[in-house]
Ligand binder design. Sequence first.
Ligand code: V0V
Ligand code: CO
Length: 152
Amino acid sequence: MTETSGARTGPSLLSRIDHVGIACRDLDASIDFYVATFGLTVAGRETNEGQGVREAMLRVADAPGGASYVQLLEPLGPDTPVGKFLDSRGEGVHHIGYGVADVAAALDQLRADGIRLVDERPRHGSLGAAIAFLHPKSVGGVLTELVQAAAG
Ligand code: V0V
Ligand code: CO
């Protein structure tokens, strides 16, 4: 875990858990499992070429700050983040996505704290969100995603 320069003052950078990202080999089969077993509903399905995934967001709960989801991730190929993860670790939890008010401002603060960033600037995420990843080696082995949900 990276040592930071001191205790953060003021409000938390993270406002809520937006989603838990789960790596799977067969997106359709995983969606069917979550729908049949837990009664979740599919909020959106997208292919994100930049991130190398086909994915689905399944709504778990609605809350004033925004809904929370399970994100099911199938790789577009072996040489992608999720493809490499499946090869080395198999199916399972891949990342946690936390809600933030302003992803660019959060990246500036975390960079100044010495946290290793995967993304130096926000990328396009699912459901119109702006996202950025922090490197797992800097966050105790947890691939961590910042999510600024789409307005409205
Ligand atoms: C790799 N490692 C992980 C990990 N993936 N540790 C925890 N959780 C993960 N998910 C560890 C791995 O075990 C190695 O540790 C080390 O990192 C290097 O692994 P690697 O296989 O050589 O992989 P790299 O270095 O090529 O890439 C790792 C990173 C990559 C994290 C940089 O996966 C990445 O860029 N991820 C961000 C993009 C992403 O994941 N997109 C898909 C979701 P040892 O063995 O050296 O100790 S897209 C998404 O969530 C969207 C669109 C959304 O929410 O809207
Ligand atoms: Co995600």
